[in-house]
Ligand binder design. Structure first.
Ligand code: DC
Length: 218
């Protein structure tokens, strides 16, 4: 029985925090697909590969072996989780995430994980593409201001020097890129349940999702 849970929504809506808690309550494996796009971006930047250099990207991605362990992402044996939310990665990831070759490979990898494990997977195209047949789909949103505020506080708590307006502008730019790209843009799956988290606590959101899942007979 496949009891996968697909969670999509824009940047900063709280998806990963929510997905992580939900996965542990349901005893499922949590897969953060945004971190996989971020990992490719990190490695591309480290190797000075621009998004338009398809051949170099193809070679690079062939050499990346990715796996999750206790919610951290390892690439070729190295835990790279802490680098994935650096501003340079956040500001460039939507360009790399719009490349068909990268999406094909990562979608394949994500599907393989869902065949092997029961998962809670979050991203932008999980309910629409990666896990189209998932029995549970959620679309998590929050106002842009609220989402920028959360990012701002997260970066601040990491001791980084940040400017709210700049974060809001970057978030709006990323929303635009994510919803307007040609392949697999961010869009709510028809059968997804939408939850606006503005003004809700993480635990209120998780409770809503958890009771929904528990009340459905598969
Ligand atoms: O959720 P996040 O902010 O870590 O996502 C990083 C970027 O990757 C964001 O620009 C959207 C993109 N992404 C995607 O295109 N498809 C996914 N399934 C997950 C993330």
């Amino acid at each position: 029985l496949n009891i996968s849970v697909a969670i999509d929504g824009p940047a900063g809506a709280g998806k990963s925090t929510i997905a992580k808690i939900l996965a542990s309550k349901l005893n499922l494996m949590y897969i953060n697909t945004g971190s996989m796009y971020r990992a490719v971006t990190l490695k591309a930047i480290e190797n000075n590969i621009l998004p338009n250099n398809t051949e170099a990207l193809s070679n690079l991605i062939d050499k990346l072996e990715m796996y999750f362990h206790e919610d951290n992402l390892y690439v070729n044996g190295e835990d790279i989780t802490e680098y994935l939310t650096l501003p340079n990665i956040s500001n460039n990831v939507s360009y790399y995430a719009s490349i068909p070759l990268i999406r094909d490979r990562l979608v394949q990898l994500q599907r393989n994980l869902s065949f092997k494990y029961n998962v809670v997977m979050d991203g932008r195209d999980i309910g629409t593409v990666v896990l189209k047949d998932a029995p549970f789909k959620f679309f998590i949103t929050a106002s842009p201001h609220e989402r920028a505020k959360r990012r701002y506080e997260e970066l601040l708590s990491k001791g980084l020097d940040v400017d709210f307006q700049k974060i809001l502008n970057e978030l709006l730019k990323r929303d635009y890129n994510d919803t307007h790209r040609l392949i697999n843009p961010l869009v709510k799956a028809e059968d997804a349940i939408e939850i606006d988290t503005t003004g809700l606590t993480i635990f209120e959101v998780v409770d809503k999702m958890y009771s929904h899942i528990k009340n459905v007979k598969l």
